[in-house]
Design a protein around this ligand. Structure first.
Ligand SMILES: Cc1cc2nc3c(=O)[nH]c(=O)nc-3n(C[C@H](O)[C@H](O)[C@H](O)COP(=O)(O)OP(=O)(O)OC[C@H]3O[C@@H](n4cnc5c(N)ncnc54)[C@H](O)[C@@H]3O)c2cc1C
Length: 407
């Protein structure tokens, strides 16, 4: 706990009944729900925009301008009873009902923690220092610029490590990003008069099957498509060390590369653990069936921050869908609690999953339907439009096109 004075002193918002920290999928879903019920709240977030984390690989692949992957929070939080504050949350003192932020301290009656996750490095030597990650819009911009600079440098030096691109982690993030690289890198090489055959794309994964969250048939299609695009799959291999220009694998191989992107795991925001909440080994705070912290019932914890076991004892995964459903549900429970009504247990409903492999191919499962190719991509694009509508209605869809997001 920091030694600052725990007094509410943020100008204009020294006390507010309901505070949401974090404007990701979970926080925004909660904000939309509170607005629907005309319930006043204050939302705190480190950026003044909400970004579409599930599409960051598309941003890294340069498919469109970065502003296409975010929406200004003021375009969603428009109810006069709602407030937004751009600030960094440093610590929470749940015993005193206080939040320490970079703008000062404020107090709450009910708090919703939706601060998301971050890349997990599992204490692998050199990994944090010598890898790129994909968590934020800034990260996607950094990856894109890094890759472009390596291709430019190759034109001058012909050093093969410049055209060897390695991704660690064959889950959703690693696979979708590799799909994107396998699409745009050959074109980038061609534009720079470099022979496409010089390109090496390598995906390292610790199990024998990539994208574990989807149907086996679709997993096989994903694997075949990556192989068809000359991606080398190193399966059942773990990254055991990262060096300035090399990645060391458990099988003994060392890959020399100037681009290593780590997408091998997610842990929850460290603010939870440092604020004293009971957490699991991934730093997720343990919540009860109503999504309340088991330590502090006035604190609801949602999305990638929450460790929630369903009826069968399985911990729900850290996905955008889970986050949205949790945010909405927790907001309903907060409203119920404020009105002295019964809160309802959270039940996760899986609506399917779409995985893109670049802008021209994807696979998707929705209910019993399994599809691949353009149909799958259309489902993914359709869900983005549906999401924007849900966030801000037709206003968000129209004004989204006009505004500029500074990243
Ligand atoms: C490349 C990629 C592809 C993915 N694809 C899919 C997919 O296809 N389908 C799917 O379901 N899931 C996917 N996921 C996972 C999904 O994005 C996450 O599970 C989801 O974003 C979690 O939502 P959240 O609201 O808990 O957190 P986030 O969306 O991470 O939001 C957290 C918010 O908190 C803010 N914040 C963080 N720390 C602070 C702080 N200290 N102070 C103030 N604000 C702070 C952040 O800026 C952010 O706005 C993908 C993830 C990645 C990285």
């Amino acid at each position: 706990m920091s030694d600052c004075h725990w007094e509410a002193d943020v100008a204009g918002v020294d006390h507010t009944d309901i505070v949401i920290v974090g404007a990701g999928y979970a926080g925004m879903a909660a904000a939309v729900e509170f607005q629907k019920h005309h319930t006043p709240f204050t939302l705190l977030n480190k950026h003044d925009y909400h970004y579409f984390k599930t599409l960051l690989h598309e941003a890294a692949g340069g498919r469109a301008d970065l502003s296409n992957f975010a929406i200004a929070i003021e375009d969603v939080v428009r109810d006069p009873m709602a407030k937004f504050l751009k600030t960094n949350v440093v610590m929470i003192n749940p015993n005193e009902h206080l939040i320490e932020t970079s703008a000062g301290i404020l107090s709450y009656s009910k708090l919703m923690i939706a601060l998301g996750g971050q890349t997990a490095f599992f204490r692998i030597p050199g990994l944090k220092e010598h890898s790129l990650v994909l968590n934020t819009l800034e990260d996607s911009k950094r990856i894109r610029r890094h890759i472009e600079s390596k291709v430019m440098s190759y034109s001058q030096t012909e050093d093969s490590t410049l055209l060897r691109f390695v991704i660690g982690g064959g889950g959703l993030t690693g696979v979708e990003l590799m799909g994107e690289l396998a699409d745009f890198l050959p074109r980038l090489l061609e534009e720079n008069d470099i022979n496409r055959d010089r390109l090496e794309l390598i995906l390292v994964h610790s199990h024998d099957d990539i994208v574990p969250g989807i149907d086996q048939k679709l997993r096989d299609i994903v694997k075949d498509k990556l192989l068809e695009r000359k991606v080398k799959l190193l399966l059942n291999e773990r990254v055991i060390e990262a060096k300035p220009c090399a990645v060391v694998l458990s099988g003994g191989e060392t890959i020399h590369t100037q681009t290593f992107i780590w997408a091998g795991g997610v842990s929850a925001n460290p603010v939870l653990e440092s604020s004293g909440f009971s957490v699991d080994q991934r730093g997720r705070a343990i919540v009860n069936e109503h999504l309340q912290s088991v330590d502090h019932p006035d604190v609801y914890i949602v999305g990638d921050c929450a460790h929630y076991k369903d009826k069968t004892g399985v911990v729900v995964p850290q996905t955008g869908q889970v986050a949205e459903q949790m945010g909405q549900h927790a907001a309903k429970n907060v409203i119920a609690a404020l009105h002295g009504k019964h809160q309802k247990p959270f039940v996760y409903r899986h609506h399917g999953l779409a995985v893109s492999l670049g802008p021209h191919y994807g696979v998707a499962e929705v209910g019993h339907l399994r599809t691949s190719g353009f149909a799958a991509l259309a489902l993914k694009d359709g869900s983005k439009a549906k999401y924007l509508m849900h966030l801000g209605g037709i206003h968000a869809l129209i004004y989204k096109r006009k505004q500029w997001i500074h990243v």
